[in-house]
Design a protein around this ligand. Structure first.
Ligand code: UD1
Ligand code: MG
Length: 458
C-alpha cells in the first residue's frame, strides 16, 4: 500500500458533554476517545500522524506522544478550516491522507484498510466512508446522480427532499495530498453555518473532473461519535463488547460479558477463563489455562499459563506460570512472582521478587525484597523497608523459613536455609542455616491468677 498520513480532527469543545475537559479526553473504559483513535490510526503505520487541537489545546497536547504532530486551530471555523491548519504539518508529504475524528473511537483498522484499498484501486482523489442509517438527522447527506457521487449537503443546508436521503457522510475520508492542497484553499464559508466545510472539497474535486468515490460501511456502530455522556457510556459499552466478542471467538471463556472490562490492547491466549467483575487494562498478556477473577484488576501485567488470580489487584507486574494469587492480594509495580509461587490473602508486594515455589500465604507486606526459591513467609511477616528517608532492600535465600509475625528491618540479608523465630524483630543479618530470634524472653509467673483473685477478695 502507498504512504499514508493521518489527520485526526479534535478541536471541538463538545458543549453537550458539560465539561471542562475537551471532548476527546473523555474516557471509554480506561482510555480516552482520542487514545482509542490514535491506537487504531497507528496500526496503519502512518508516515505522519497529525492531531488538530483547539478547545483545551494544552490539555490535549499533554496526552500526545512525541511521534504525534499537534497543530492548533485557534477558532473553530469548521472541518475544512481545521484541515487547512493541518496542511503545513503535511509539507513535503506526497501520498494519501486519511481524516478521522477524535470523538469517533470505534472505527476499526479493517474498515480503514478497506477504505484505503478502494481509494487506491479506483485512483480516486477522495474516497468517503458513508453509511445507510434509519435516522440521518444531523449528518451530511450523500447526494448522488444515478448512483454516482455528486456532493455532500449538510443537514442545515439541505432541502426537504435532500433531508429524506438516508445515506450519510461518516466524516472519515481518504484524500490524495494533492487534492487537499488543490481544493482546500478554494473553500468558502458561504453556507447556513458560515463554516469552511471539508465536505465541499469533494464537490470541488468532482466538478473539476476528479474521481470521487464512496465506500458504504455495513457496520453502523463503528462510525458513532459521542456528543454527551449517555452516548459516551454507550460507546464504552460497545467498545468493550467488541473486544470481549473477539476474545471469546478466539477461545477465551468470559462468564459474564456484561461485567468484564478489557482494553483493546490486551492479549489473552485461548483456554483462559475470565470471571465476573474483572478489569484488564493496558499492556497485559495472559497465557493459556489461567483463571482470572472473580473481581480482579490487572494493569500492564504479564501473566503466564496455569495461573490463578482471585479477587486481587495487580499493577505492572510479571506473574509466571503456575503461580497462585489471592484472594485479596495487592501486587504493586516492579514485582515478579516466579513459577509455582503462592501469594495469598491480604498480602501486599511492591518492587519484589518472589522466587520459584516460595509462599507468602497470609497477611504479609514485602517491599523491596528478593526471595529465593521455596522460601516460606509466615503469616503476619512484614519487611520494614522504609526508614523515613530511604527504601532499603531485604534479601532472603533459598529454603529460608520466616516465622510468623516477623518484622524484618531492612537493609537485611537472611541466608539460605535460615530460620527466624515467630514474633521476631530481626535487625541483623542471619547467616545460612542459622536461627535468628529477636524477641523478649517469656516469663511465666507461677500461680499468678490465683494470687490476683485473692487480692480482689480483700
Ligand atoms: C461533519 C460533516 C458531516 C458528517 C459529520 C459526521 C462537515 C462540514 N460536515 O459534521 O457531513 O455527516 O461530520 O459526524 O464536515 N472539528 C474541528 N474543528 C472545527 C470543526 C470541527 O476540529 O472547526 C472537529 C470536531 O472536533 C469533530 C469533527 O471535527 O471531531 C466533526 O465536527 P462536528 O461539528 O461534530 O461535525 P459536523 O460539522 O457537524
Ligand atoms: Mg459542526
Amino acid at each position: 500500500m502507498s504512504d499514508v498520513a493521518i489527520v485526526v480532527l479534535a478541536a471541538g469543545k463538545g458543549t453537550r458533554m458539560k465539561s471542562e475537559l475537551p471532548k476527546v479526553l473523555h474516557k471509554i473504559g480506561s482510555k480516552t476517545m482520542l487514545e482509542e483513535v490514535l491506537f487504531t490510526a497507528n496500526k496503519l503505520n502512518p508516515k505522519r500522524l497529525v492531531v488538530v487541537v483547539g478547545f483545551g489545546a494544552d490539555k490535549v497536547k499533554a496526552t500526545l506522544s512525541e511521534d504525534v504532530i499537534a497543530v492548533t486551530q485557534k477558532v473553530q471555523l469548521g472541518t475544512g478550516h481545521a484541515m487547512m491548519q493541518a496542511l503545513p504539518a503535511l509539507d513535503g508529504f506526497e501520498g494519501n491522507v486519511m481524516i478521522l475524528y477524535g470523538d469517533v473511537p470505534l472505527l476499526s483498522f479493517q474498515t480503514l484498510k478497506n477504505l484505503l484499498k478502494k481509494h487506491l484501486e479506483t485512483k480516486a482523489a477522495v474516497t468517503v466512508l458513508t453509511a445507510l442509517v434509519d435516522d440521518p438527522t444531523g449528518y451530511g447527506r450523500i447526494i448522488r446522480d444515478e448512483g454516482t457521487f455528486l456532493k455532500i449537503v449538510e443537514q442545515k443546508d439541505a432541502s426537504a427532499k435532500e433531508k429524506q436521503i438516508k445515506e450519510i457522510n461518516s466524516g472519515v475520508y481518504c484524500f490524495t495530498s494533492k487534492a487537499l492542497r488543490e481544493y482546500l484553499p478554494l473553500l468558502s464559508p458561504q453556507n447556513k453555518q458560515g463554516e469552511y466545510y471539508l465536505t465541499d472539497v469533494l464537490s470541488l474535486a468532482k466538478s473539476d473532473g476528479k474521481v470521487v468515490e464512496t465506500l458504504i460501511t455495513e457496520d453502523l456502530e463503528e462510525i458513532l461519535g459521542a456528543n454527551n455522556r449517555l452516548q459516551l457510556a454507550e460507546l464504552a459499552n460497545l467498545r468493550n463488547k467488541r473486544k470481549l466478542t473477539e476474545l471469546m471467538l478466539g477461545g477465551v471463556t468470559i462468564f459474564d460479558p456484561n461485567n468484564t472490562y478489557i482494553d483493546n490492547e490486551v492479549e489473552i491466549d485461548p483456554d483462559t477463563t475470565i470471571e465476573p467483575g474483572t478489569f484488564i487494562y493496558g499492556k497485559c498478556h495472559v497465557a493459556s489455562n489461567t483463571v482470572i477473577g472473580p473481581y480482579s484488576t490487572l494493569i500492564d501485567t504479564d501473566v503466564g499459563s496455569n495461573v490463578t488470580i482471585e479477587r486481587s489487584v495487580i499493577v505492572k507486574a510479571i506473574i509466571h506460570s503456575g503461580a497462585q494469587i489471592g484472594p485479596f492480594a495487592h501486587i504493586r509495580p516492579e514485582t515478579t512472582v516466579c513459577e509455582d509461587a503462592k501469594v495469598g490473602n491480604f498480602v501486599e508486594l511492591k518492587n519484589s521478587t518472589i522466587g520459584k515455589g516460595s509462599k507468602a500465604s497470609h497477611l504479609t507486606y514485602l517491599g523491596d525484597t528478593k526471595l529465593g526459591e521455596n522460601v516460606n513467609i509466615g503469616a503476619g511477616t512484614i519487611t520494614c523497608n522504609f526508614d523515613g528517608c530511604n527504601k532499603n532492600q531485604t534479601e532472603i535465600g533459598n529454603n529460608a523459613f520466616i516465622g510468623s509475625n516477623s518484622s524484618l528491618v531492612a537493609p537485611l540479608t537472611i541466608g539460605k536455609n535460615a530460620f527466624t523465630g515467630a514474633g521476631s524483630t530481626i535487625t541483623k543479618d542471619i547467616p545460612e542455616n542459622a536461627l535468628g530470634i529477636g524477641r523478649a524472653k517469656q516469663i511465666n509467673y507461677k500461680d499468678w491468677a490465683n494470687k490476683k483473685k485473692k487480692r480482689k477478695d480483700i
